[in-house]
Structures are given as structure tokens and as C-alpha cells.
Design a binder for this molecule. Structure first.
Ligand SMILES: Nc1ncnc2c1ncn2[C@@H]1O[C@H](COP(=O)(O)OP(=O)(O)OP(=O)(O)O)[C@@H](O)[C@H]1O
Ligand SMILES: [Mg+2]
Length: 575
């Protein structure tokens, strides 16, 4: 699940050419992950027939009464850039004259984007709280209606209610539900959502005389209609990413303030271990630790309580009472050992921090990967992740003589998502650079490439585990005996067996386009070097030490003055 979340985030940020690895604690599901899927089916069945009672009449627009939130910026830890940007809105709401005096355009609103639980709602509340203005809150889904015109009517009612105040904030959560990119295929549902969007756009345009700001939040900025983010509407786009190490430490500090925390608890170490956690997850972690202290009847929340909480939040709650047969335990142990070994042995993969066959959350067992705060996912690492994901299935096949169970369902789901992104968004496969698909189902071509990637990863995993069968069996046996192993335990087994770490599992060849582009880039670099050598002024720019590492920089700096000159020329001509 967390793994999928990380991949989802990658997708989110890929558009801005910043590829972020959101969640670095990756989880591989095991045999017991199927029941979750069955539950999904059950709830789908019970939803039929609801809504019939609403047929034939429109709901009256219900606007929640506005309050001035108590939240302040000091309640929001980390996200300093986001706070700095939003401070301008606070300034405007507090002293609008400052803007009118200088003739500056008053801000209209801001769009907060980022993964779930990073504090977007909290930030919006803090803006209202700091400015001391009432905040009208609505979720985008409140405006999604079957009947044409109802959503639009609600939008108008919301804005009318806000305009009754001299200064106010309208906060629209999940704005993607109402401001989805217009497609226009003429269906009724589309007509309704377009009418709602148009109402939203025109209400935002009619703001000139008022001091009402709109703050919207979304996890899916890529889905928004461009009209909503154009200057004069939600023109300030504020990124609220998952917190970095310092941010995580600050969030832990905010949520533990005033609580009886024992002396031995090291928040810096906790922050280092919780890579990829959102603010909401960190809050849940602190709460889980406090609850654990109650359970153990302790006066203070100790380091052990936090240890337990990290495992629970990252891997799900341990289901100690779950009935597991010996056969299932064995399959789980081999499955998890497969993930662990692939992660441990591959040069590009993250370390397996902990592996357990105690059922946790929906899974029968979990392998927990380390990570770091790197923002980029290199191609080789992406391939290593696929091999690690498929290694659970490969290990089962070794144990069961070519047979396997449904246990890899979760792994296959995450691996398919990653492989699809590699093929359709990251330009990492033979399909080339083109972005494909979007929401539509994958084409045959994409589907073939994804299958190739997964098949290749499975073959590589089978080969790697086949070469380390004794190691695999030893880790599985130790897991069956101990139930949970740490990286140190795995390392000890490896040392005893004389296993060398970091096998290089080769990734498939580079895409044709990329390999073709390489010589050209190299040529340009050397011609820049030659030009720099001939031109003494330019030569000063050429880094003489560590030249091989900084070559691309030299290329960029050689091109920059030329571009700047052109830009200046344009400005002068325009003036
Ligand atoms: N930066 C932060 N500082 C302190 N607490 C935070 C921070 N980020 C999140 N939290 C905690 O997590 C909870 C959930 O955050 P919030 O509702 O603002 O997330 P969100 O980004 O709006 O999520 P979603 O996209 O799911 O709506 C908050 O109530 C808060 O306690
Ligand atoms: Mg929210």
C-alpha cells in the first residue's frame, strides 16, 4: 500500500520534472493480502439501489456556518516555503490597504497541492486563523450532483454567504472533484460538472470589490482544468510535499508537546527512520505510542512505545490472534525471504530493514525497506525495485517446485503501477519519451512493454535467488523460528554462509532514443570545451578540477549567457 503510495506520488510530481520517491518504506504483501480484495467486492454489492429516495427533487444548498479557526502557523511544523507563500494572503487579509496603496494586484487565492496528509487543510485553517477571518469550508464532492445546475447553485450560495463578510476565506477541499479538466463529450454528467466549474470560475472573477480569498486543495493537480489556475484565479500554486527529515522532527515535536515523553526517546533518530511518512502518519505514530503506553500501564511514553508505533504505522497492526496454518507460515517465510534477499543482494536496491511473518494489517508478512530522502528514482533503481517486488513469487516457486500461490497479488499490483509509469511517464523503456495514456486503459504496445518489464524482473529474481538457494533457505528457516529478523540478522546469516553482497542485476538496455542521444551530447560537451579553450574569457567558466563530474554544468553555463542575451533583447524590443 505504502509502496503504491510512493509510486502514486512519483506520478504526481513527474509532470514538473521533479521525480520524487514519496514513500521509502516499501511493503510487500504476502499470502493473506487477498481478503482485502474480497471486502472491496462486498461493499460494491451493498451500494446498489441507494439514492433512489432523492430521485426527482433538488437538495437545498447547505452551507456550513463559518468560524474563525484557532489554528496558527506555529501549529504547522515544517513546510516553511508553503508558509512563506501563504503569508502574503495573511498580509492581504490583515492590511488590504497595503496592496491597494502600491497598486499591486491583490491575491485572489491559492491552490495547495501535495500528497494526502501533508497538512494542506491545516495550512488553510492557519491562514484563516492568523488573519482572524471566518473560513467557509466545502469539499469538491459536495458540488458533484446528478442534476444539472444543482452543483452550480451550491457554488453561488457558498460565495454569496462568504461575501456577506467583509473578509473571509473559502476553502474548497478536493477541488479536483469540481474543477476537473473539461472534456466535453456532451454526456449529462459532463454537462453538470462543466456547469459547476463555469459557476466556480465566474464567481471567482466577480471578486474585485471584496476581500474574500479562495484556497483550494488537491492531491491531483494534474487533473485540474487550466482555467482554474490562470492568473487572477487560483494563481498561487503552493506545493505541500511530504516532510523532509527536519520537517518530520519538527512535526513530532509539535505533536508530542505537553505529553509525558520519557527521557530516552530520540526524535532525531525517529525522524531518520520515518522516511516517506506524511504529517498525518507522524501524528498517528505519536498517538499510537501514547496508546501503547496506556496499554502497558506506563506513566511515560517510552522509546519502546515509539518503536512499536513505527512498526504499526509503517506495516499495519500485528494480528497476533490470526489463525495461520504451518503451510501458510512456510510459504510466507519463503515469500518474504525472497523480497529480503533481492533487496539485500542487489546493488541498486534499498536495504531490507526488517522482515516479519507475523501477520500485519492485511498482509501475511511484511518486508520493510530502508531508504533516504532522495528525490530522484534512477532507472536502474526502478528495475531493482521491480526485481525485489517479483522476488516473493520467485521464492514461492523455488519452495513449491514451480507452483505458486495468490500471495504475490499486492506485489504485482505495485510492480505493474511502477512499470506502467516507467513506460508511459518516465521515458525509461523502448517506448521512448512520449507521455501516454493518462486515465485511459493502456494500449497494446504499453501493455506489452509492461509485461516485458515484469517478466524480465521475474527472470532476474529467479536467477538471483537460484544462485543463492542456501542463503534463501537459511533466511526462511530463521524467519520461521524467530518470526521477525532485522538487517543485522540477515547480515549475520550472509557472513556465516560467505555470501558477497551487491550482485549487479543488469537492467535492460537503455531506450534507443536515449542511447542515440548520448554521442550528440558528448560531442556538444567537447565542442564547448574546445570553444572554451580557444576563448580565454569563456575558459574561466570551464571547471578545471573534477571536470568529468561537472561537464554538464559547463555545457549549461556555456549556453546560458546566449539565452540571457536573447531574453534581454526581447525585453528591450518589447519596451
Ligand atoms: N506539517 C504539519 N505539522 C503538524 N501537523 C501536521 C502537519 N501535516 C499534517 N499534520 C497532521 O496531520 C493531520 C492531517 O493533516 P491535513 O488534514 O491538513 O492533511 P491534508 O494535506 O489536508 O490531507 P488530504 O490531502 O488527505 O486532505 C493534521 O490534523 C495534523 O494533525
Ligand atoms: Mg485535507
Amino acid at each position: 500500500m505504502l509502496w503504491a503510495l510512493g509510486i502514486g506520488l512519483l506520478g504526481l510530481l513527474a509532470g514538473s520534472l521533479v521525480i520524487a520517491v514519496g514513500s521509502r518504506w516499501r511493503k510487500h504483501r504476502s499470502p493473506a493480502s487477498e481478503p482485502g480484495e474480497r471486502t472491496g467486492g462486498r461493499s460494491a454489492m451493498t451500494s446498489g439501489g441507494s439514492g433512489g429516495g432523492r430521485f426527482g427533487h433538488k437538495k437545498a444548498p447547505a452551507i456550513e456556518p463559518a468560524t474563525v479557526p484557532e489554528t496558527r502557523f506555529s501549529d504547522v511544523a515544517g513546510c516553511d516555503e508553503a508558509k512563506a507563500e501563504l503569508l502574503e494572503l495573511v498580509m492581504f487579509l490583515k492590511e488590504p490597504e497595503r496592496f491597494t496603496r502600491t497598486g499591486a494586484t491583490a491575491p485572489k487565492g491559492a491552490l495547495l497541492t501535495g500528497p494526502p496528509g501533508t497538512g494542506k487543510t491545516l495550512l488553510a485553517r492557519a491562514v484563516a486563523g492568523e488573519s482572524g477571518v471566518p473560513m467557509f469550508t466545502a469539499a469538491g464532492s459536495d458540488f458533484v450532483e446528478k442534476y444539472v445546475g444543482v452543483g452550480a447553485q451550491r457554488i453561488r450560495a457558498l460565495f454569496a454567504a462568504a461575501r456577506k463578510h467583509e473578509r473571509a476565506i473559502i476553502f474548497i477541499d478536493e477541488v479536483d472533484a469540481v474543477a476537473r479538466r473539461r472534456g466535453g463529450n456532451g454526456e449529462i454528467a459532463h454537462i453538470e460538472s462543466e456547469t459547476t466549474l463555469v459557476a466556480l470560475l465566474s464567481e471567482m472573477d466577480g471578486f474585485h470589490a471584496t476581500h474574500v480569498l479562495v484556497i483550494a486543495a488537491t492531491n491531483r493537480a494534474d487533473m485540474l482544468d487550466p482555467a482554474i489556475t490562470r492568473p487572477g484565479r487560483l494563481d498561487r500554486k503552493v506545493e505541500v510535499p511530504n516532510p523532509d527529515r527536519r520537517g518530520r522532527q519538527q512535526i513530532l515535536a509539535v505533536h508530542t508537546a505537553g505529553k509525558p515523553i520519557a527521557d530516552g526517546v530520540d526524535f532525531a533518530a525517529l525522524a531518520r527512520r520515518t522516511i516517506g511518512f506524511s504529517g498525518a502518519q507522524l501524528q498517528a505514530l505519536v498517538n499510537e505510542a501514547c496508546v501503547d503506553a496506556v496499554r502497558r500501564d506506563l506513566a511515560e511514553v517510552t522509546a519502546e512505545c515509539f518503536e512499536h508505533a513505527v512498526a504499526t504505522i509503517a506495516m499495519g497492526r500485528a494480528r497476533t490472534s490470526a489463525l495461520v496454518t504451518d503451510h501458510d507460515r512456510e510459504v510466507t517465510a519463503w515469500h518474504e525471504s525472497g523480497h529480503t534477499l533481492a533487496a539485500y543482494l542487489q546493488e541498486q536496491a534499498d536495504d531490507p530493514v526488517q522482515v516479519t511473518i507475523i501477520p500485519r494489517g492485511p498482509s501475511g508478512g511484511v518486508t520493510w525497506m530502508s531508504g533516504n530522502d532522495d528525490q530522484f528514482l534512477p532507472r536502474r533503481k526502478a528495475h531493482a525495485q521491480l526485481v525485489t517486488a517479483l522476488a516473493g513469487r520467485a521464492a514461492e516457486e523455488i519452495l513449491l517446485d514451480g507452483e505458486f500461490t495468490q500471495g504475490a497479488a499486492g506485489d504485482l499490483h505495485s510492480a505493474t503501477e511502477l512499470a506502467t509509469s516507467m513506460a508511459t511517464r518516465y521515458g525509461m523503456t523502448r517506448l521512448g519519451y512520449q507521455v501516454r495514456g493518462g486515465a485511459s486503459p493502456p494500449t497494446q504496445e504499453v501493455s506489452d512493454v509492461v509485461e516485458e518489464l515484469l517478466g524480465g524482473a521475474h527472470t532476474a529474481a529467479t536467477k538471483l535467488l537460484g544462485e543463492h538457494k542456501t542463503f534463501l533457505g537459511a533466511v526462511a528457516a530463521e524467519l520461521l523460528a524467530e518470526e521477525t529478523l532485522t538487517l543485522a540478522d540477515v547480515h549475520k546469516i550472509a557472513t556465516q554462509l560467505g555470501v558477497t553482497r551487491h550482485a549487479l542485476v543488469p537492467a535492460p538496455r537503455l531506450p534507443v532514443q536515449v542511447s542515440a542521444a548520448k554521442p550528440a551530447v558528448a560531442e556538444e560537451v567537447s565542442s564547448v570545451a574546445a570553444a572554451a579553450a580557444a576563448d580565454p574569457v569563456g575558459a574561466g567558466r570551464w571547471p578545471r578540477t573534477g571536470a568529468s563530474r561537472r561537464r554538464p554544468l559547463a555545457l549549461v553555463s556555456a549556453l546560458l549567457p546566449w539565452r540571457r542575451r536573447r531574453d534581454y533583447g526581447h525585453v528591450i524590443a518589447g519596451g
